[in-house]
Design a protein around this ligand. Structure first.
Ligand code: GDP
Length: 298
């Protein structure tokens, strides 16, 4: 995954062009800082974060002559510094079952990510149950059943249009009875009707708390890297709908380099638990700040 991230052209190619290793050293001046800011903003990093990154880079270095490699290294270092505190795998608790609510807009990759997580945890010897909580989307339920079969994990479903909270309750019941370590609950992602969705999520939480007052132990928000800056407003929105505890960013295997993750880390400080790097079951990678920063800068 790191390799596939690194293969994408980086941001600084836009300033320095190719053949940069033989390029002369550049003076770090206002014009240089400005063009760095520009590419960071174009990379979805947001104005505020881009300015902070370049200000840190500039500090004590203005007027110095630097090679392109040095500039890249410094920039990647500044970005990695912002990302390091948020690079944290999904924490595992002794509590059984650990309940993970998975939220996000439709198409972001919730179903796929649940399948990948289920497979990873199962491979690590954990007993996993999935609840197909998006009961209004028959396709999502079917898709989850396919993923469950691939991962070798049971998928609890309910008739189309039935109450997701009652499914969640039944799933809690089963997970407890079977001594499952982890219960992954898919949820609807219809942002068109936020009030409905908020009530639906609140009811799921209320119901599972009848069985375990500390649940859900994690609320994972799945974001699609190809939506760019839009991810910021999705985090804003979902934090109002649910108690989001961490993020997964999908589709980082495409052309999107996920610059918005830097803005997200800077603004919200939510842990990034994993990244999606493909459509296959093993295409979920830990978030590595160094790899990410180097790939982004290029
Ligand atoms: P949901 O509606 O949020 O449940 O989204 P899905 O899990 O159904 O994913 C939507 C589409 O994105 C599907 O075609 C997935 O194969 C694709 N997808 C999900 N994660 C990734 C990823 O990390 N990389 C790529 N390339 N595609 C992904």
């Amino acid at each position: 995954s790191a390799a596939s991230l690194a293969e994408k052209p980086g941001l600084l190619g836009r300033i320095f062009g190719r053949g940069e290793s033989s390029a002369p050293r550049r003076v770090l001046d206002d014009a240089m800082i400005e063009s760095l800011e520009e590419v960071l903003i174009q990379a979805d990093m947001g104005v505020e974060t881009a300015l902070r990154v370049t200000a840190n880079l500039a500090e004590g270095r203005m007027g110095r002559k630097l090679s392109v490699a040095e500039i890249k290294g410094l920039l990647a270092g500044e970005i990695a510094r912002i990302m390091e505190p948020v690079a944290r795998p999904l924490p595992l608790y002794a509590k059984k079952p650990q309940v993970v609510l998975v939220v996000g807009v439709n198409g972001s990759g919730k179903t796929t990510t649940i399948g990948k997580l289920a497979s990873q945890f199962r491979a690590a010897g954990k007993k996993v149950v999935i609840a197909a909580g998006d009961t209004f989307r028959a396709a999502a339920v079917e898709q989850l059943q396919v993923w469950g079969a691939r991962a070798g994990v049971p998928v609890m479903t309910a008739p189309e249009g039935s109450d997701p909270a009652s499914l969640a309750f039944d799933a809690m019941d089963r997970a407890e009875r079977e001594g499952a370590d982890l219960l992954l609950i898919d949820t609807a992602g219809r942002l068109q009707n936020r009030q409905d969705l908020m009530e639906e999520l609140a009811k799921i939480v209320r119901v599972i708390r009848k069985k375990d007052a500390s649940a859900p132990h994690n609320t994972l928000l799945v974001l699609d890297a190809t939506t760019g800056q839009n991810a910021l407003s999705q985090v804003d929105t979902f934090r109002k709908l649910a108690d989001v505890s961490g993020l997964v960013m999908t589709k980082l295997d495409g052309t999107a380099k996920g610059g918005v993750l830097v803005a997200l880390a800077d603004r919200f400080g939510l842990p990034i638990h994993a990244i999606g790097v493909g459509e296959q079951i093993d295409d979920l990678a830990p978030f590595d700040p160094q790899d990410f920063a180097c790939a982004l800068v290029g």
